[in-house]
Design a protein around this ligand. Structure first.
Ligand SMILES: Nc1nc2c(ncn2[C@@H]2O[C@H](COP(=O)(O)OP(=O)(O)OP(=O)(O)O)[C@@H](O)[C@H]2O)c(=O)[nH]1
Ligand SMILES: O=C([O-])CC(=O)C(=O)O
Ligand SMILES: [Mn+2]
Length: 613
């Protein structure tokens, strides 16, 4: 095992990058760690850090046969999800944060957080984590460096990003990078024992969009602490995309091959805990169709020289919702996890060193639950937190597409927007054109989930599934989407090159509260209809809200579903849609002048089709 590079000064730093060295020095002087470790991303480093975390009680190793090189972590019960109320976009101009973000002036936030960071790493190690979002071979590799005082964050970043010495080397002395500072905010006095999950009751997740800078304090939970993910790839990424003409989106990416061997690529934006990972790894139930995974959470999309929109997954791992994941629902996730090398956070542990969570078949007679307590099937509480997560290398996914590492990405044929709605929204609706599709995305609604702290099950607008992740004024973001629709190719015949947009809802319920649609692998039937619409072969009903399948146009062969259920899951109830109009109007009014006029025009056209004044 190699010894860690412990340095008191910075003389032994494995880089001569002046900006990086200066930043590490400045942070070290402010946060006063005991030591600085430059992470190299090696196997030896993983082994050393996981061993230290096991020794300190932060991780429990799982059974080496069942879950090789895998670990169980439990967070502090107060630190289990993203904290949207504590997340800030500190743009210079308040108007650039817009009505959907918390805002504080950058200088004020820096003053406030500087005091929080002062001495915050005392008694701890400062880790420097060089990483790259997307392939390092890209024309413009998207570098970042995270400074963190959490070894859990380091090992998670090693799974979730391309990370380590090779990144630092590729950065040379002058590459641009996004500095991302993270502290759990729990300094240790001399001799004070650490806790298993250090964190602070005071939390700030701050973004300085003009500087492309991230400061996170107080939380160890992934969405708040793995700063390459939501903070860089979505919030800062969306600002870069606005300025440079591309899109950073909360989307899965998959490749679909038809029985005739035709290849298509689909992205899907569904809010947190609404089915991206599951769709991305789907095992089709209809014969002859094949799905390959490219990404399960984030897509960066830009136009290629051929005028088509190409998508890249900037991530290197999967940070997926555990509950509900099972051999019946998502066998490819189970196969990915079976290869080991994974972290499980806030799930339950079995007595024989495996993991268990709600939805994974019959519960064992006894478990240790996510709070560390004894649990039996009679228990009133869930064994696993509803937002418990697995963190696992995407390279272990057995159906990973061979295009995954291609810096050019894959050309997108269809974009799905989707939400979790008990009523109103049909299984699938095709937009009339790009602007109508942007309207669908801009008005997307979904019931809140456990992925963020707060009440669960409340319907809210979640535009493009990006409500917590748009790093600027959402009105400007809608305009950017509209403009992107004009940007395909050289202008001639461009709309033919644009992806077609669809709106899906796997979560519609019957009167008894049961799901009307079986979901998971059966969603391949919806993907088939989408492809047949692209090919011009599937029938649809022209409804006020868009094109909805005729019951006969959906392949329901071999599916146990009654004609009434099919009718109900596809139904467009004009009364329900009329009831949405005041909510959409109120939503649009939030954006004042920033809302593109064409979206108001879409709403007016919808009202006219529904016969609303
Ligand atoms: N009923 C039903 N549930 C689903 C379906 N797809 C996913 N789920 C459940 O929804 C929850 C979240 O699914 P994920 O695929 O992990 O969600 P995600 O969109 O990747 O979420 P984030 O990682 O939070 O962005 C899990 O409990 C799944 O089992 C479906 O088609 N039908
Ligand atoms: O960021 C996280 O914690 C996980 C995630 O994908 C989401 O919440 O959308
Ligand atoms: Mn997500």
């Amino acid at each position: 095992m190699t010894a860690p590079t412990v340095i008191m000064g910075l003389e032994q730093a494995p880089t001569t990058h002046p900006k990086l060295l200066a930043w590490v020095r400045e942070v070290a002087e402010l946060t006063t760690p005991d030591s600085i470790v430059w992470c190299d991303g090696s196997e030896a480093e993983w082994t050393r850090l996981t061993s230290e975390l096991v020794a300190g009680g932060s991780l429990v190793p799982l059974d080496a046969e069942k879950r090789p090189n895998s670990f169980w972590a439990r967070t502090d019960p107060s630190d289990v999800a993203r904290v949207e109320e504590r997340t800030y976009i500190c743009s210079v101009d308040e108007d650039d944060a817009g009505p959907t973000n918390n805002w504080m002036a950058p200088a004020e936030m820096k003053r406030l957080m500087t005091e929080l960071y002062r001495g915050s790493m005392a008694g701890r190690t400062l880790y420097v984590v060089p990483f790259c979002m997307g392939p390092i071979e890209a024309e413009n590799p998207m570098f970042g460096v995270e400074i963190t005082d959490s070894a859990y964050v380091v090992i998670s970043m090693r799974i979730m990003t391309r990370m380590g010495s090779h990144v630092l080397e590729a950065m040379g002395d002058d590459a641009d990078f996004v500095p991302a500072l993270h502290s759990v905010g729990a300094p240790l006095r001399a001799g004070e024992a650490d806790v298993a999950w250090p964190c602070s009751p005071t939390k700030y997740i701050s973004h300085f969009p003009e500087e492309r800078l991230i400061w996170s304090f107080g939380s160890g939970y992934g969405g708040n602490s793995l700063l390459g993910k939501k903070c860089y790839s979505l919030r800062i990424g969306s600002v870069m995309g606005r300025d440079e003409g591309w899109l950073a989106e909360h989307m899965l990416i998959l490749r679909l091959t038809s029985p005739q061997g035709r290849v298509y690529h689909v992205t899907g934006a569904f809010p947190s805990a609404c089915g991206k990972t599951n769709l991305a790894m789907l095992e089709p139930t209809i014969p002859g169709w094949k799905v390959e995974t490219l990404g399960d959470d984030i897509a960066w999309m830009r136009f290629g020289s051929d005028g088509r929109l190409y998508a890249v997954n900037p991530e290197f791992g999967l940070f997926g919702v555990a509950p509900g994941t099972d051999w019946r629902t998502n066998p490819n996730a189970m196969r990915t996890l079976a290869k080991g090398n994974s972290l499980f956070t806030n799930v339950a542990r079995t007595d024989d060193g495996d993991v268990w969570w709600e939805g994974m078949g019959e519960p064992p007679a006894h478990l240790t639950d996510w709070k560390g307590n004894d649990w039996t099937p009679d228990s009133d509480e869930l064994s696993s937190h509803a937002n418990s997560r697995f963190c696992t290398p995407i390279k272990q996914c057995p159906i990973l597409s061979d295009a995954y590492d291609d810096p050019r990405g894959v050309p997108i044929d269809a974009i799905l927007f989707g939400g979790r709605r008990k009523t109103t929204i049909p299984l699938v609706t095709e937009a009339r054109d790009w602007v109508h599709g942007v309207y669908m995305g801009a008005t997307l609604s979904s019931e809140t989930t456990a992925a963020a702290v707060g009440q669960v099950g409340v319907v809210r607008r979640d535009p493009m599934a990006m409500l917590p992740f748009i790093g600027y004024n959402a009105g400007d973001y809608f305009r950017h989407w509209i403009e992107m629709g004009k940007g395909a190719g050289d202008g001639a015949g461009q709309s033919a090159l644009l992806p077609k947009i669809f709106y899906v809802n796997w979560f519609r319920r019957d009167a008894d509260g049961g799901f009307l649609w079986p979901g998971y692998g059966e969603n391949s039937r919806v993907l088939k209809w989408v492809i047949e619409r692209l090919e011009g072969t599937a029938a649809a009903v022209d409804t006020p809200i868009g094109y909805v399948p005729t019951p006969e146009s959906l392949d329901l062969d071999g599916l146990e579903i009654t004609p009434e259920q099919v009718r109900a899951v596809l139904a467009v109830d004009n009364d329900e849609w009329r009831a949405e109009i005041p909510q959409v109007t109120e939503w649009f009014e939030k954006f004042g002048d920033k809302l593109p006029g064409v979206l108001w025009a879409e709403l007016d056209a919808l009202k006219a089709r529904l016969g609303v004044e």
